[in-house]
Design a binder for this molecule. Structure first.
Ligand code: SAM
Ligand code: SF4
Length: 334
């Protein structure tokens, strides 16, 4: 019998940390202007990327401490080989009740059915514009049509909910909001408008592209009454609304202007094996070295607890502050 695992997952501010976002790769097939620096990225070496067995071990030990919810992200998670096998094993992990993925949707048309068959039900697809030319401007690629086809396929195979993530970019996609509002009326999609966070080398120096969730809300309200939807614990940070008789809904995520740190229940695992207690703080705990030095489950649970204890009360991020988050978003996993 080994020593008992820690079951405590409360941080220093009494928040229960039961949600892990796992970046399974730092590679990506898009170059979104707010995420990947124009000057290029330095890919993590293959040997430094966590193997699936290592990820699964972290999930198993963390689940023993109260982890219930996992989201796979990246980089672009669908670029990593055999991702469906990983999904299947996480879905089957005792204690894990909720598994999701965040994808840019480029490969979703082919992957939606195998992902569904692997047991995945929740999917977030990032799409900042319904205009192919703007898509090119934002992502540097012409994959708009593939993303739309991916979302339709996800709907066809039965994913529910399908969340569409839209990063708010002033004077770039502000006029798309009304088209997204219409999409939430005509489909069951949950369209979520997310404030651009100044992270890494894409921090958008002067904030001139920043468009707040509150301004987005005003714009949406100009097209019709927004009916609030009561929030539940698993909703995450979105303020949720529905237009009258709409099939879907809209959500507003004020990550910068109205941060939700007090209710934050999440932690991140980077592709290179660092536990990151807060997206916006550079404090990290290296679990890969411990795993590769054959640490015990007890030691791993201690490292997870150390990371939980490091979680700050709140982030100090805004476009005016000197706070700099060193890693780029694609290296952390959004
Ligand atoms: N490649 C996948 C995708 O785009 O969905 C998953 C990784 S991406 C880093 C996860 C989410 O973070 C996406 O919805 C993306 O729009 C969002 N994101 C990236 N950089 C951001 C930033 N600076 N501010 C706000 N959201 C950002
Ligand atoms: Fe790639 Fe997602 Fe970052 Fe866009 S937001 S560059 S799709 S990781």
């Amino acid at each position: 019998m080994g020593r008992p695992l820690f079951t405590e997952n409360a941080d220093s501010y009494n928040r229960r940390i039961d949600y892990l976002r796992i970046s399974i790769t730092d590679r990506c097939n898009l170059r979104c202007c707010y995420c990947m620096p124009a000057g290029g990225v330095y890919p993590v070496k293959h040997r430094e990327i966590l193997r699936y067995e290592e990820i699964l071990r972290i999930v198993r030990v963390f689940a023993g401490m109260g982890l219930t919810k996992v989201r796979l992200t990246g980089g672009e998670p669908l670029l990593r080989k055999h991702v469906c096998g990983l999904v299947e094993r996480i879905v089957k992990q005792e204690g894990i009740r909720d598994v999701g993925i965040t994808t840019n949707g480029v490969l979703l048309k082919e992957m939606a059915q195998p992902l569904y068959d692997a047991g995945l039900r929740r999917i977030n697809v990032s799409l900042d514009t319904l205009n192919p030319l703007k898509f090119r401007m934002i992502t540097g690629t012409d994959h708009h049509r593939e993303v739309l086809a991916g979302i339709s396929e996800a709907e066809r195979v039965g994913f529910d909910p399908i969340k569409v993530n839209v990063v708010l970019l002033k004077n770039i996609n502000s006029d798309d909001l009304l088209r997204f509002a219409q999409l939430s009326r005509n489909t069951r999609y949950q369209v979520r408008f997310i404030e651009w966070m100044p992270i890494g080398r894409c921090r958008g120096e002067d904030g001139s592209r920043f468009f707040s969730a509150q301004d987005a809300k005003k714009l949406l309200e100009s097209t019709g009454r927004l009916i609030p939807i009561p929030r539940s614990r698993y909703d995450g940070p979105a303020e949720r609304y529905r237009f009258d008789s709409a099939a879907g809904e809209v959500g507003l995520i004020g990550s910068v202007s109205n941060h939700f740190c007090r209710e934050c229940n999440r932690m991140r695992l980077t592709a290179d094996g660092k536990l990151r207690p807060c997206l916006l703080s550079d404090e990290e705990v290296d679990v890969r070295s411990a795993l590769r030095a054959n640490c015990s489950d007890h030691c791993l649970s201690r490292l997870i607890q150390t990371a939980i204890a490091l979680k700050p009360a709140k982030h100090g991020l805004d476009f005016r502050s000197d706070h700099v988050c060193r890693r780029d978003m694609s290296q952390i996993g959004g």
